[in-house]
Write a protein that binds this ligand. Sequence first.
Ligand SMILES: [Zn+2]
Length: 305
Amino acid sequence: MHIIIIFLDGIGLGENDPTVNPFAVMNTPTLHMLAGGQRWLRQTPRTESERAIFIPTDAHMGIAGRPQSATGQATILTGRNVPAELGEHYGPKPNPPIRAILAEDNLFKRLVTHGKKASLINPYPPGFFETLNRGKRLPSSIQDAALVAGVPLLTEQDYYQGQAISPDWTGEGWTHYLGYHDAPVYTPEAAGKLIGELARQHDLTFFSTWITDELGHRGPFSDAVAYMERFDRVMAGLLEIWDDDEGLIIITSDHGNMEVQGDRRHSENQVPTVVIGQTRHAFAEGFSSLVDITPRVLQALDLAP
Ligand SMILES: [Zn+2]
């Protein structure tokens, strides 16, 4: 049983309005297939299709206000209602109480404790580690969860060795913006296949991208569409080599944002969760909010208490 979690920061289920919502216009046949031939919109109900279950997911969890990254990601990785424990949605980076919750237990830690292999397959450039080690940068909840579990954050060497997936999927960020002119560049389909290969080496493979949230804060609309169309090709590549009896693929998010272009704040929309795999029905049973992810992943891995 191999679990893949693909975390897209800041994507929600918004209105079917082609002037504000990239999801209303994007050409993403694979994503639509995963929602039974429908676009990922507010009007799209929970839908079962041939390989997947699409589940509109509550990111509020009983707490009013705009859901934020630190509490949302910590909830995804602990199965605890972190906004309720704090009394507010908080972010983007975790504060000491959230870090205490993550340190107590989290999905990465649970796997490591039970001798299972967990990986956060994002590569980070040297500048990231410099600012982190100098205390100039706080880790996100996801990075913090991995670090307290002893799961190392991957480096540019891991990226060169094909052990990590760039948040832009293709790696052009490494060649164009970070100056690694000889770094690997993948087609989106090849990046998707590589995710599948990496997943076969681990019990839990977690991929996270912040670019979706950034495109929600700043746009432009056309870049948001292009990024999601690239993700569609990533999923096509992954699903081509992935057998549904190998495990579960879970796509989810922490809060809405990208689906409301022109408003730089997070939205209060539900977020999409998609689960793919032979045991998806057990996973989806009773699933309604971000607290439901960790318990079901642990159950799928036979690690539930
Ligand atoms: Zn976020």
